[in-house]
Design a protein around this ligand. Structure first.
Ligand code: UDP
Length: 372
């Protein structure tokens, strides 16, 4: 009998497994996929670590979390600076002086601020949705060219029907600074995320290709408590209805050329291009293999966003009121079961970044200290 069965070998599950093992607990980790690392999984092809479930760039302001992950990997100095392609016009992201100069020809921060102030006037009062929030942050021109199309493709909803907080993830700066994140620490683990998660799980029993939901009775019998990191609606057989998620599909191609787009991420911000962005994986590691040699080929992934339906992989929770209130009902059901602990991006139904997942996994593990 294990102390804990951990369902899901992603970041949340791996951190909790590591911590509980350190505390002398016995754990079994299972995952329905044939690999560990959840959606941060990377796979090496032609010397390139491919981010199979989409780009993951580690960034945090939390020193404790940064020190924590550095036990399991060295991080390179990658800084995310995506480029937006709007019908062939290229703009720097996040919104900064380079963007404002390209958009309006303004040269000084004062001119840029005046332009934004003039355009933001159309929003009076507290922004009620993403559209109003975006216009109030950067004005209508930037909203129309760099936000509206991209956001509507990514979320499959009108910007007027999306919560304002999503766009607050993006910094707006009156400096020449293309660093997408306002983070003290940032980088990509050398050797790939899969290796990092494998280091977390070192010495821990992991059973892959094991689906909890279809074998739950026998699996529950193996442990005193279950830590579940999957979707909560699925755990309860959707009995209260479906939670909404966005799913993502990747079209990945190996190209016989050294450089396709000159950057790790290019966002296609118009409405017509069917994909949201193209990731060129080699640039997360400066185009080099592990020995420091230039790579002759490249791998790109076009990212297509879609509404999740049963059978798809859920990626992003849709945090609108309707879904949050349904989630709260599922959460209450989960809390009726004293043997069950729920966590992670899917379990908590939150738009977590990796550092937030790790912080919450550390907190969860601490809370379990007094269990037995
Ligand atoms: N966003 C945008 N234009 C861009 C990039 C992002 O409008 O070129 C907005 C969009 O609303 C998106 C949000 O910012 O949903 C967060 O995007 P990001 O790419 O940071 O999210 P990720 O998919 O990487 O979690």
């Amino acid at each position: 009998m294990y102390d804990y069965l951990i369902v899901g070998a992603g970041l949340f599950g791996a951190v909790v497994a590591h911590e509980l093992t350190q505390q002398g607990k016995s754990v079994l980790v299972i995952d329905k996929r044939s690999h560990i690392a959840g959606n941060v999984y990377t796979e090496q092809t032609e010397g390139i670590h491919v981010h199979v479930y989409g780009a993951h760039i580690f960034h945090t302001n939390n020193t404790a979390v940064w020190q924590y992950v550095n036990q399991f990997a060295h991080f390179n100095r990658f800084t995310n600076s995506p480029v937006a392609n709007y019908k062939g016009e290229l703009y720097s992201l996040p919104f900064n002086m380079y963007t404002f100069n390209r958009m309006w020809g303004v040269v000084t921060p004062e001119e840029a601020a005046a332009k934004i102030a003039e355009q933001r006037k159309e929003i009076t009062g507290e922004p009620r949705n993403l559209e109003e929030q975006a216009i109030s942050l950067v004005g209508r021109d930037i909203y129309e060219k760099l936000i509206k199309g991209y956001t509507e493709k990514q979320w499959g909803r009108d910007c007027k029907d999306l919560p304002a907080f999503i766009i607050k993830r993006l910094p707006v700066r009156l400096t020449f600074d293309n660093n997408y994140f306002n983070a003290l620490y940032q980088g990509i683990p050398v050797g790939g995320y899969t290796q990092m998660v494998a280091n977390m799980l070192k010495g821990i029993e992991v059973r892959l290709s094991t689906d909890y939901l279809t074998h739950r009775e026998e699996l529950n019998g193996l442990a005193r408590k279950v830590i579940y990191t999957g979707a909560l609606d699925a755990l309860f057989d959707y009995r209260l209805g479906y939670l909404h998620y966005r799913s993502v599909r990747f079209e990945t191609e190996l190209l016989d050329m050294p450089n396709y787009q000159g950057n790790a991420a290019v966002n296609y911000t118009d409405r017509e291009t069917p994909y949201t962005r193209i990731i060129e994986h080699k640039w997360f590691e400066f185009g080099k293999d592990e020995e420091g040699n230039d790579l002759p080929k490249t791998i790109i992934s076009r990212e297509y966003s879609s509404e999740w339906k049963p059978g798809d992989e859920p990626y992003y929770p849709v945090n609108d009121e309707e879904n949050l209130s349904l989630y709260a009902k599922y959460r209450a059901l989960a809390e009726e079961n004293p043997k069950l602990v729920v966590g992670g991006r899917l379990g908590d139904y939150k738009y977590y970044d990796m550092d937030q997942v790790i912080a919450s996994a550390l907190q969860c593990s601490e809370g379990l200290l007094s269990d037995f």
